[in-house]
Design a protein around this ligand. Structure first.
Ligand code: ADP
Ligand code: MG
Length: 349
């Protein structure tokens, strides 16, 4: 009847809206870990310790020694669209230096979990403070003894969104995602000591001594680290891309999972063109279905790359795709040749 027609379109209640929005930011434990690690790095941390239980499904914790928050900052931090990183759209035009700026991570994680944030501002006297948000309900800030910096704990993730919880894969797969995320930040920030524990066992811990080599050693182990060679292309004045990093000996490879990390202008990205560029450089020298290890930093002018396919997606596109691909391929090939790791091929025409 007429009433049914009138009610076909209706406004969603606030808690439903919040849950939908949260699902776009936090789709699995690894996405929460990513947001929290970015917050720690933005907070000038020199140590970031990540610990997860059963792939993060049974709880995750990120602890840092960064600038921390005062009681009033802590109260604001978990609210919607609160950020200390930008003030308005003008700041966006200038290019954002921080990893976060939307002010939605803590709020949305708090909407779908039991979130506890414990923090003490750097250089402040006395104890720190703690605040718990239970599925969107923020409690009171109360004093809590803690070291300078911030610890964020996420429990009961998706307990109030069963549909989302059902989409989670096995603990092993969820842990793989967490491991990939933490690994990328560890490699991209060799001056920060980044560690990852799973079910009480240390998976890796970098020393934060500043060299990419030592970060690779901690993350991938000695065999891989010793097989890596430096890629260091001298940037030519008119070069579209400068490329640096480490790549492995053609015989130090893995089957199945790929260990090729690419960072464009400091941001971890996936781009099939970069992956192909690396593989091309090895020519026919990789065994079938075997992939090398690579950690490559590609710098391009900001307007030559489109990261805004979706701000949270990792895939990027380049304007001059062919030119970037060639630059990466040549840099990797040159490094391998310099170290005598490629069988000589016919000179390129
Ligand atoms: P964003 O990172 O986009 O600003 P978040 O919701 O992730 O939004 O965080 C909100 C605010 O809380 C941050 O802008 C920052 O001021 C504060 N904050 C969050 N995590 C930390 C942390 N680990 N150390 C210090 N401050 C933090
Ligand atoms: Mg953030």
């Amino acid at each position: 009847d007429g009433d049914d027609g009138a009610s076909a379109i209706r406004a969603l209640d606030e808690s439903t809206v919040r849950k939908i929005a949260a699902g776009e930011v936090v789709e699995r434990p690894a996405s929460a870990v990513k947001e929290l690690v970015e917050n720690s790095l933005d907070a000038d941390a020199s140590r970031v310790a990540v610990a997860v239980e059963r792939g993060g499904v049974d709880g995750l914790r990120v602890r840092d020694d960064g600038v921390g928050m005062t009681a009033s900052e802590l109260e604001l931090a978990v609210e919607e669209h609160t950020t200390s990183k930008i003030r308005g759209v003008d700041d966006l035009d200038g290019g954002v230096e921080s990893l976060g700026f939307r002010g939605e991570a803590l709020y949305t994680i708090g909407a779908v979990s039991e979130l506890t944030v414990r923090s003490k501002a750097r250089g402040s006297a006395g104890a720190g403070n703690e605040l718990t948000v239970e599925f969107g309900d923020a409690g009171e800030v109360r004093p809590a003894g803690c070291p300078e910096g911030t610890t964020v704990e996420v429990d009961e993730l998706f307990a109030n969104t069963p549909a989302r919880k059902k989409f989670l894969k096995t603990d092993a797969t969820e842990f793989d995602h967490v491991n990939t995320v933490v690994t990328q930040y560890a490699l991209a920030n060799p001056d920060v000591a980044v560690s990852l524990d799973h079910d009480g066992r240390e998976v890796f811990a970098t020393e934060g001594r500043g060299s990419l080599e030592s970060a690779v050693l901690s993350v991938y182990g000695r065999e891989v680290a010793e097989s890596m060679v430096r890629v260091d292309e001298e940037p030519e004045p008119d070069a579209v891309a400068s490329v640096s990093g480490l790549v492995s000996h053609p015989e130090t490879t893995r089957a199945g999972r790929e260990y090729m990390s690419t960072f464009v202008n400091g941001r971890y990205v996936t781009a099939s063109v970069l992956r192909e560029a690396v593989l091309d450089a090895y020519g026919g020298q990789l065994a079938p279905n075997r992939y090398p290890f690579a950690v490559l930093f590609v710098e391009v002018p900001p307007d030559a790359v489109d990261v805004n396919v979706h701000p949270r997606k990792l895939e990027v596109r380049f304007d001059a795709e062919g030119t970037v691909k060639r630059a990466v391929s040549e840099a990797v090939e040159e490094a391998l040749l310099d170290h005598g790791l490629l069988r000589s091929t016919a000179p390129r025409g």
